[in-house]
Write a protein that binds this ligand. Sequence first.
Ligand SMILES: [Zn+2]
Length: 203
Amino acid sequence: MPMWREDVLEAVRGIGGIGTLTAIYAAVERRRDGPLPVSWQAIVRRELEYNSSDSASHQKRHDLFRSVHGIGGGVWALREVALDKDEPTERREVTVNRIIRDTAIVRQLKALYQDVCQVCRKALSAKDGATYSEGHHVRPLGGVHRGSDTEDNILILCPNCHACCDLGFISFDETAILWKGSHRVSAANLSYHNKELTRPGVR
Ligand SMILES: [Zn+2]
């Protein structure tokens, strides 16, 4: 029996502890290999609500999630603060694990762009000259999205722009993206992101 609760928990943790439903769906999808049940997005919402004392559906066994803007607001976060209601809010250090898959094509593109982000055109770099970037699959791999691991579906991004894309805070304008050589992401994949994976109101 797959543990949806664990998957949703790790998915939210993996996107930094807070995210829109769209971003949480994408993160759950990345965690799960193989076909998902037809109603999987409803299952994800159910797990968020069953395990959140903010919800009328709370099952009262675990209180893992916080509905950031209230139920129906579409944004969920981990309830990292202790369950003791009298405890004042305090600063906590949390460890965030992000699983970044590096395929051969991603590695080639990172080399082509020399880790320069295609959105903000900056490269994360250290004093010793080391640079870092991440490959973003514009149309997510597998699941309901059925994106492909091909260069017409991959952007090289800095971690910040990558997180913004995953959270739906960025929409793509092909003419504003940095392109090198013959590398282009297809218009179909860019518009898929803009239509399906961008927060309402983001242009
Ligand atoms: Zn960037």
